[in-house]
Design a protein around this ligand. Structure first.
Ligand SMILES: Nc1nc2c(ncn2[C@@H]2O[C@H](COP(=O)(O)OP(=O)(O)OP(=O)(O)O)[C@@H](O)[C@H]2O)c(=O)[nH]1
Ligand SMILES: [K+]
Ligand SMILES: [Mg+2]
Length: 399
């Protein structure tokens, strides 16, 4: 029997089993069995090089966004409109057969947008090109799930389930469970609060299913069995997702209003070029990018050319900022001057550990410079004319 058949069989058994106190241990065990099989499914077949043909696109820009959705919801139309890169669109399904990259220029940053083939129910098990599409989604920073506003609202759940089946977790944070495998000592089970979904026995059973007999486990929230399995599997990817309801030109205003009120959702129409501003600003928010402007001593910063940092990738400290400019810079830095929302007063003297925020301005003061009392040797990477920001009008940057 293949892995997919095994999963189907266990799912059928779960559906047959009544949910109650007496069956909860058995059901928990079945969930763990399915999770293990799904992980097996993700491993590349023996003897193959992995990935499969054709979907890898070189990363470009300050972040990557994937368009995921059923066929013919308007993904390619949207890519063409937001990036200017043409991606074939047509009224028949599976028009797009590969991954097509485009670039969005937004807030002085470049964001790579990826158009992808449509996926369908069963994608996670390899239907269509689902597995390759989902692999690209996993390589992105956020997902835009494109939905046809005139079609069944169940599509959102179906797609979410497909993505969950391969270990993606949308708009969730990792469960607050500390878990560490040990060599000896048995299982130590603790919680900082009363648990209503999982007890010690169930936890032992799940760990037993994974052949784990020595481990430390501490629940810091009232987590579920699924959360526990996620933590044990350890390979989950937590991603932000914006649900994009396209084609609102063909539905009534009441439906538009209802969809717009769904969590993490934006309603748009490619045909009418409606609400793209809102979509882009939501996308930007969810990406959590932090623009930092470099200010050479005695000059205004170049407000068109930020160093772009990210909380999720690499971090946003002054040290991360310096490393972005040059690997060897950090050792020469005496302190930095910071203007912007992360500063308590302007300019604030900060060390390498200071956490920067979006649109901060930073001037680096090097150890040597100070000793020599001379002019900065630190070169900004551009001398283009400065844009006068709102902040600058309020507080001119002297130094
Ligand atoms: N009414 C309406 N139709 C749209 C809108 N956006 C796209 N379409 C149409 O929807 C159809 C499918 O568009 P595509 O861009 O090819 O959709 P897709 O999601 O890329 O499709 P696949 O590549 O096949 O998965 C085309 O006929 C588009 O003209 C919209 O906002 N309103
Ligand atoms: K299409
Ligand atoms: Mg397409």
């Amino acid at each position: 029997m293949g892995i997919i058949e095994k999963i189907k069989e266990i799912e059928a058994e779960m559906a047959r089993t009544q949910k109650n106190k007496a069956t909860e241990y058995h059901l928990g065990q079945l969930k763990a069995k399915i999770a293990k099989l799904r992980t097996q499914l993700l491993e590349p077949p023996k003897g193959s090089s992995g990935g499969g043909e054709g979907f890898e696109v070189t990363k470009f820009g300050h972040g990557r966004v994937a368009l995921i959705g059923f066929p013919s919801v308007g993904k390619s139309t949207l890519l063409t409109m937001l990036t200017g890169t043409h991606s074939e669109s047509a009224s028949y399904e599976f028009t797009t057969l590969t991954c097509i990259p485009g670039i969005i220029h937004y807030n002085d940053t470049k964001i790579q947008l990826l158009d992808l083939p449509g996926i369908i129910e069963g994608a996670s098990e390899g239907k269509g090109r689902g597995r390759q599409v989902i692999a690209v989604a996993k390589s992105s920073d956020i997902v835009l799930m494109v939905l046809d506003a005139s079609k069944s609202e169940g599509h959102r759940q179906i797609l979410t389930k497909e993505l969950e089946a391969v270990g993606l977790r949308l708009n969730k944070r990792p469960p607050q469970i500390y878990f560490k495998k040990k060599k000896t000592g048995g299982i130590s089970f603790n919680s900082t609060l009363p648990l209503t979904h999982v007890d010690e026995k169930l936890c032992y059973q799940i760990l037993h299913e994974y052949k784990i007999h020595n481990a430390e486990i501490l629940f810091r929230e009232d987590a579920t069995v699924d959360d526990l399995i996620d933590v044990i599997e350890g390979n989950r990817k937590y991603m932000k997702c914006v649900y994009v309801y396209n084609k609102i030109d063909v539905i009534g205003i009441d439906d538009v209003d209802r969809l717009a009120r769904q969590p993490n959702s934006v309603v748009i129409s490619c045909n009418l070029k409606l609400n793209f501003d809102r979509l882009l600003s939501r996308m930007w928010e969810e990406m959590g990018l932090v623009r930092v402007y470099t200010k050479p001593q005695g000059q205004q910063p170049d407000f068109t050319d930020p160093v772009v940092l990210s909380v999720d990738r690499g971090g946003c400290t002054v040290e991360d900022f310096c490393n972005h400019i040059h690997r060897s810079l950090v050792k020469d830095v005496k302190y930095v001057l910071v203007w912007g929302t992360s500063a308590r007063h302007y300019p604030q003297h900060c060390g390498l550990g200071h956490v920067l925020q979006d649109e901060d301005v930073v001037q680096i003061v090097k150890k040597k410079e100070k000793e020599e009392g001379g002019r900065g040797r630190f070169k900004s990477h551009s001398t283009a004319p400065a844009r006068i920001s709102d902040r600058e009008k309020k507080a001119p940057l002297k130094t």
